[in-house]
Design a protein around this ligand. Structure first.
Ligand code: ATP
Length: 313
């Protein structure tokens, strides 16, 4: 993150801290604090003592393959599952019990859809708000934010998959939550819908929400996250800014494209290896040289290096 970005985040944190003081200091920073959280499904330990914090205005990317334990962690933090051990606080309140006051301040978007298909989008949101006692809900405004205002009165049964997903996001935003838990919010969507949802997520962080974004999409994690937690087999194996992870674990390289007869060939030269500068100078002087591009390690390459496996499957 740039110095300006960090300064902006700090300003947001200060505003939240001042608001807390005015409200009697009920919320302590960070917005989410997790210590040694674990969960078993029968004999299978799905989450193995994870620790992390999320600050107001921050997006923490939870990056890992299917079955890594991302959803289980979110289910514990949102009160759907009771942790076997460890503890966590959301907005300063202990998780693990039914807490309507906390529920009113968080937003949740899971992969599974539990929408009422016979109702319109507006009716779905109004119903949801009344069910959860959300008093200041502005359903139409939430729909506008995800680009569904003009379809607000249409039956959800007539919506496409992408529109239903946008509706799920609108529902998660309806109470202007201080903490947002998003589980694969763009999985399986077309690029335009996915980009619109990502924009909304960024806006929510700018508004000051603390966001846990579970994804197995490294581009999404890289683009949106202030910090990224790599999660594999129930453990967090690294947690830092994407930039720091790349500097610490990644290998920089240069991709050189050369004319080769009628075709083109590519060579990848690691920048940190002995002898690479000589080879690079040689290629740079070649009459067949077409282009030279620097390449930085992708989050997936680093994930593979740390865990021995990729993010798919
Ligand atoms: P995905 O992206 O596929 O949802 P994930 O990282 O969210 O993956 P979890 O859904 O938390 O992973 O699953 C963690 C582990 O717990 C996996 O081995 C999974 O098979 C197992 N698991 C998840 N839900 C259940 C369940 N209801 N009963 C038994 N095992 C489960």
């Amino acid at each position: 993150m740039t110095a300006v970005g960090i300064a902006a985040k700090m300003a947001i944190r200060r505003v939240f801290a001042e608001q807390d003081l005015r409200e009697g200091g009920a919320m302590t920073l960070p917005a989410v604090k997790v210590q040694g959280l674990s969960y078993w499904y029968g004999n299978l330990q799905a989450v193995k003592g994870v620790d992390f914090e999320i600050f107001p205005g921050e997006i923490l990317g939870f990056l890992g393959p299917n079955g890594a334990g991302k959803s289980t962690t979110i289910r514990m933090l949102t009160g759907l599952l009771t942790p076997r051990s460890g503890k966590a606080q959301v907005l300063g309140r202990d998780i693990g019990r039914d807490d309507p006051q906390l529920r009113a301040q968080i937003g949740v978007c899971f992969e599974e859809k539990n929408l009422y298909l016979e109702m319109s989008a507006l009716e779905n949101l109004d119903f949801f708000a009344s069910l959860f006692g959300i008093r200041n809900a502005d359903s139409l405004e939430s729909l506008r934010r995800v680009g569904l205002a003009d379809r607000a009165r249409d039956r959800v049964g007539s919506y496409s998959k992408g529109m239903r997903q946008r509706l799920m996001i609108a529902r998660a935003l309806i109470n202007r939550p201080k903490v947002l838990f998003l589980d694969e919010p763009t999985a399986g969507l077309d690029p335009v819908t996915a980009a619109a949802i990502r924009r909304t997520i960024k806006e929510e962080a700018e508004r000051g929400a603390a966001i846990l974004l579970a994804t197995h999409n490294m581009h999404e994690a890289d683009e949106l996250s202030d910090r990224v937690a790599f999660i594999n087999e129930g453990r967090i194996v690294a947690l830092d800014t994407a930039e720091s992870l790349k500097l610490k674990y990644g290998k920089r390289s240069v991709r050189v494209r050369l004319r080769d007869g009628d075709g083109v060939r590519e060579e990848h030269i690691p920048l940190d290896d002995a002898g690479s500068s000589a080879r690079l100078a040689e290629l740079a002087a070649s009459p067949n040289l077409l282009t030279i591009h620097t390449e930085e390690a992708t989050l997936e390459a680093i994930f593979i290096r740390l865990t021995g496996r990729g993010l798919e499957g």
